[in-house]
Design a protein around this ligand. Structure first.
Ligand code: CAA
Length: 283
């Protein structure tokens, strides 16, 4: 099936990166958010990121202008009715995602493939609340989307082969590499990455190291581009906690217990870079 027009729901850090990559790869993109301000901010970020690509000689000014012209901002979900593929990248809250799909589905053409960029929630459960579980998949991008090579593809129990094969082709066209994961809590990347971050928070909580020494140790001792606490701030501590909760509940194993310090930071509203305060102070 040919995909030409793509809908992206949510103009946050994942949504704007996804819109950027698809527009630059020749797709028409409809970016939807309930907040006009969030959509305008997303377009500013996309423009700034493309400008940087131009200044580094990785993109021509003409291609930047063409890509930006492919993005339309729409507050009305009905505008996604004429798309071939929808990628939901709203906040990582299951009830919110169900609500969005319920409002969206009546507008969709029958052929439209529906996907979620969820980092941990069951694809089978999200799909079952829609009219098209066979054309529903997990389509999980990594942050920052324009930079990271990997996309996880997750089939729900009912996902059909044509849908899977279509997304494999889409991943190639956007210049990324797919990794397929089964539909278990947090799939592959976050099943491994986020417990490591949680363990780094325990290491801090128990006084084994300081924020600086923990990050320094993993950067220099394991060649990680960012230390785990810096990475937690980058991902968002609320997202890290949401993923730990999904693992803890979904796998019913105490080894996934969220660190109380992580819980406390989230309760304080210290969510990392996006609130200018997390394990580091960005003010
Ligand atoms: N958007 C677009 N481009 C960005 C960017 C952003 N937010 N941040 C950095 N870049 C680009 C820069 O422009 C630069 O591009 P050029 O090579 O063209 O100059 C390139 O990325 C490298 O950036 P920098 O030189 O500024 O900095 P760096 O070398 O320290 O790299 C990084 C920055 C790529 C973010 C690197 O630190 C890194 O790889 N960190 C780990 C990221 C990671 O692990 N992501 C996965 C998170 S988990 C996830 O996303 C899944 C989930 O569900 C939670």
């Amino acid at each position: 099936m040919e995909i030409r027009r793509v809908g992206v729901i949510g103009a946050g850090q994942m949504g704007n990166g996804i819109a950027h990559v698809f527009a630059q790869s020749g797709y028409d993109v409809v970016l939807h958010d309930v907040s006009e301000a969030a959509m305008e901010k997303a377009l500013e970020i996309i423009t700034a990121n493309m400008d940087r690509q131009v200044s580094r000689g990785r993109l021509s000014a003409e291609d930047r202008d063409t890509a930006l012209a492919r993005i339309s901002l729409e507050r009305d979900l009905a505008a996604l009715g004429q798309t071939d593929l929808v990628i939901e990248a709203a906040t990582e809250r299951e009830e919110l995602k169900h609500k969005i799909f319920a409002a969206l589905v009546p507008h969709l053409a029958p052929h439209t493939i529906l996907t979620s960029n969820t980092s941990s929630i069951s694809i089978t459960r999200l799909a079952s609340g829609t009219d098209r579980p066979e054309r529903f998949m997990g389509f999980h991008f990594m942050n920052p989307v324009p930079v990271m090579q990997l996309v996880e593809l997750i089939r729900g129990i009912a996902t059909d082969e044509p849908t899977y094969n279509t997304l494999v082709e889409v991943v190639k066209r956007i210049g990324k590499t797919a990794s397929s994961a089964e539909d278990f809590p947090a799939f592959i990347v976050n099943r491994i990455l986020v417990p490591m971050i949680n363990e780094a928070v325990y290491t801090l909580y128990e006084g084994v190291g300081t924020v600086a020494s923990i990050d320094h140790a993993l950067k220099l001792g394991a060649n990680h581009p960012m230390g785990p606490l810096e990475l937690a701030d980058f991902i968002g501590l609320d997202t890290c906690l949401a993923i730990m909760n999904v693992l803890h509940e979904g796998l019913a194993d105490t080894k996934y217990r969220p660190c109380p310090l992580l819980v406390k930071y989230v309760e304080a509203g210290w969510l990392g870079r996006k609130t200018k305060r997390g394990f580091y102070d960005y003010r």
